[in-house]
Design a protein around this ligand. Structure first.
Ligand SMILES: [Zn+2]
Length: 387
């Protein structure tokens, strides 16, 4: 079983410079190879597409021509080639768009390597080409063979090391219990056993973020105006966005707020999903079209839908890890059917969406059962999944 973990690393000033070069080298190889492949295609539309192995062979010449590539872990450049070939394969199969050139200005920078990382102590690792690096607690990965690693620089300026390693599969003991989960707008989730899981309150942070984003956009507009001015009157000395320290400072602050909200949310979700996987053998959820909801630009909605997406992602892999079953059922009418007698309540058909969302409790007109709207939905979801 392949598992992953993410550690924070604390590179020295010299190592930061090296890492910056390595990120650049990865991008350089990607762009060079992409350019070569594009030209090849333009010259001959029927040219055969090279394999990763053939691209890797070209690395030798590229390294001779550009000696700065030697600073990188060579396996990371091979991974870049591999990713490029895969990106083209997805393009040929019409799954995704044409591979694009990578920009120096991308907010997140990273490279992935396949060489061996040695764990030196509780807070030290040996990373290829980088040497000894201080890091957060390594005890979670000790004793495992690391297959792949990714070093990344987040927009907050923090460095991370994500590792993939193989390990024995440990399963949680069976409990013979099952649960249905209803995801709704008023709270994060409701379980079929009657537990209400409230949404995480991040209102303070959201307000801070909104104000900070407003300030950022003001500073961005100002910087842009000054750049335009330069382009008209000082053609020889045009400033770039990096030359505006106040804009950069604010950008950093906004990134930090974003990271804080994400971390808080993920921590909360991890606790919930681990609880669910530990206590239930079968977990049934609704198939919400999260990707459609994510397009909604309203901040609160965005955060709610991101939570649902993350919840489902965590449940999927944790169920696989710990030997539990996740069942996804189509979302349809689950909150309008009575879980006691199975008949649909038609009284709600005339209500508008807002009126319908305001209904918290209702009584079934067929059997007289008193129902909590969300718990009822969760029970229906569970029943659907057990059929
Ligand atoms: Zn009923």
């Amino acid at each position: 079983m392949l598992k992953g973990n993410k550690l924070r690393i604390y590179p020295t000033k010299q190592q930061c410079d090296d890492l910056n070069c390595m990120f650049g080298n990865d991008r350089f190889v990607w762009n060079q190879m992409l350019n070569m492949l594009n030209e090849r295609y333009q010259n001959n539309h029927h040219a055969y597409f090279p394999t990763t192995y053939e691209l890797n062979y070209l690395l030798k010449q590229l390294k001779a021509e550009y000696p700065f590539l030697k600073i990188s872990d060579s396996s990371s450049l091979q991974v870049t080639n591999d990713n490029l070939v895969k990106a083209f394969q997805r393009f040929f199969k019409k799954i995704s768009g044409k591979p694009r050139f990578h920009s120096r200005k991308a907010s997140k920078q990273s490279y992935t390597g396949k060489s061996i990382i040695t764990i030196i102590g509780k807070h030290y690792l040996k990373v290829p080409k980088l040497g000894y690096v201080k890091c957060s607690d390594t005890s979670c990965i000790s004793g495992h063979l690391i297959k792949r690693y990714t070093v990344s620089l987040a927009p907050t300026g923090k460095y991370y090391l994500a590792v993939n390693y193989e390990c024995e599969n440990q399963t949680f003991s069976k409990t013979n219990r099952q649960v249905g989960i209803d995801l709704n707008a008023s709270e994060l989730a409701t379980l079929s056993d009657g537990t209400h899981v409230p949404s995480l309150d991040t209102k303070d942070l959201e307000t801070k973020l909104r104000l900070a984003q407003r300030k950022l956009s003001r500073r961005y507009q100002r910087a842009k105006r000054l750049i335009q001015y330069d382009q008209q009157y000082h053609k020889d000395n045009v400033r770039e966005l990096t030359d505006f320290p106040n804009y950069q400072k604010q950008r950093h602050y906004v990134a930090k707020l974003h990271a804080k909200i994400t971390n808080k949310r993920n921590d909360y979700l991890h606790k919930l999903t681990t609880y669910l996987v530990k206590h239930f053998d079968k977990i049934v959820i609704e198939d919400l079209k999260v990707s459609n909801m994510m397009k909604n630009h309203h901040l609160a909605h965005k955060i709610a839908s991101q939570s649902w997406y993350e919840l489902r992602r965590q449940l999927t892999y944790k169920c696989a890890w710990y030997g539990k079953e996740l069942i996804v059922v189509p979302a349809r009418n689950t909150s309008r059917i009575c879980s006691q007698c199975g008949l649909k309540n038609t009284q709600f058909d005339q209500l508008t969406t807002n009126e319908w969302l305001a209904v918290r409790h209702w009584t079934c007109p067929h059997c007289g059962a008193k129902l909590d709207r969300d718990v009822n939905a969760a029970i229906n979801i569970l029943n659907k999944g057990l059929v």
